[in-house]
Design a protein around this ligand. Sequence first.
Ligand SMILES: NC(=O)c1ccc[n+]([C@@H]2O[C@H](COP(=O)([O-])OP(=O)(O)OC[C@H]3O[C@@H](n4cnc5c(N)ncnc54)[C@H](O)[C@@H]3O)[C@@H](O)[C@H]2O)c1
Length: 475
Amino acid sequence: MPPATAVVVGLGKIGLPLAVQYARHGWYVIGCDVNPDVVEQINAGRSHIHEEPGLEEAVAQLVQEGRLRATSDTTAAVRQARAVVVIVPVLMDEAHRANLTALEAATRSIGRGLQPETLVLYETTLPVGTTAHHLAPLLESESGLQAGSDFWLAYSPERVSSGTIFRDLRLYPKVVGGFNPPSTEAAVAFYRSVLDTSEIIVMPSTDDAEFVKLIETTYRDVNIALANEFARFADAHGLDVQAAIAAANSQPYSHIHTPSVGVGGHCIPVYPYFLLAGAEAVTEQVDGFAPLLQLPRQARAINDSMATYAVRRLEMALGSLRGQTVLILGIAYRGDVRELAFSSAALLRTALEKRGAHVLADDPLFSSEEIRAAGYTPFSPSEAAAVRAIILQAAHTAYRSFDFRPFSHCQVVLDGRQALQRSAIEALGMRYLAIGDGSPGRSRQRQLAAFRRREATASSQETAATTRHRPKSAH
Ligand SMILES: NC(=O)c1ccc[n+]([C@@H]2O[C@H](COP(=O)([O-])OP(=O)(O)OC[C@H]3O[C@@H](n4cnc5c(N)ncnc54)[C@H](O)[C@@H]3O)[C@@H](O)[C@H]2O)c1
């Protein structure tokens, strides 16, 4: 019997590794993408994703063996499918609303080819209610079939991270919620056939499964915001937040994350807004209780303010930044990832420019043209002597051995990810700063102590003078 066909819609950083995973587990896989270059490259046995260890070799082998191919005709591919996995992006617009355009287009194409008894699985991160109340009716109207009786429908959040996808697929339990019990059963059977993990967590509904990914990412955003609040407290009081967090986390119930110059990427700064949209949709509060999700809302604002806070720290150390050249190390949203989505580098650039600084940017994962296209002025080594301050924004491995010696006029290095070697920087006569290192508090304490010493000296001198000039007592 020929292998059953699984279709993966969206062959990006996540979809292509998923297609490989399913093909390795005995399915014949057709990958669908609207980008003709992606389709062409895959059919030639080449992966357009280079960051995933083992992916390029696997694509070459599976295409050659006839177990994986790509097409831009999603409808035709779905006609042959027993299972369809959808992993096209949902983006966020400027008003922080989910933009479902790509997902709706993919859903319409799927609906037009949908056959009875096919399983449709959405894995893209979605606002609560999207699968059951928005996508199911779209599939039904395009196909003329009923979800839950003619075809099976389920939601399963994709929780892997790009760069470690095959490892994560082995390690992380799979969370699944079906449109109805037969849909859940079909989804669990599919995942048992393609995953190495034996743990599948069944949620009561597609809404519940959507909720899981949103709270997972929002928890991390709120945790980081709390760490950032602790860091600012440490700065104010002359304490070392990094040492305090390490000590606190030695207790098994404490999992405080790391303070930093900000939170970037497609997930953590985005999905709290998907959750917040759900909160805004609730018009009636239980017993008139306080508005929903105040903490996540505040956490977003705190994390986005950290770039300005970092610049303020720089200003406290250097004085006015007007006309000063500041170099940002790393425009990617995090270390060793070639992605710019919601990078804190952009917030840093804006905060620096607002203060009149001349901002340069470096990133070993991007060419000068790409850095310029992203809206930054690329740093060239000939400008090193003009740089007065450096901010590490993305902790790329390459920056661990960064050569600070050519920066002969650099006075301050602000380590925004607690990733640099303080001693190496200080050995060059530069000041090392980290968020939450307590130096503003300590310098205030020193100033206060010096002021108190001066006051004490002045008052003892005054007492001595008064004693000298006091008239002798009469007796
Ligand atoms: N990137 C991550 O680290 C990550 C981690 C976990 C989950 N996710 C989830 O995966 C989703 C996809 O992320 P990604 O990083 O793979 O995105 P990506 O941008 O790398 O790839 C998306 C692909 O979908 C294709 N596409 C867009 N519209 C389409 C359509 N109508 N039909 C077919 N293909 C279409 C694009 O051409 C692109 O190749 C995210 O929105 C997120 O919900 C991503």
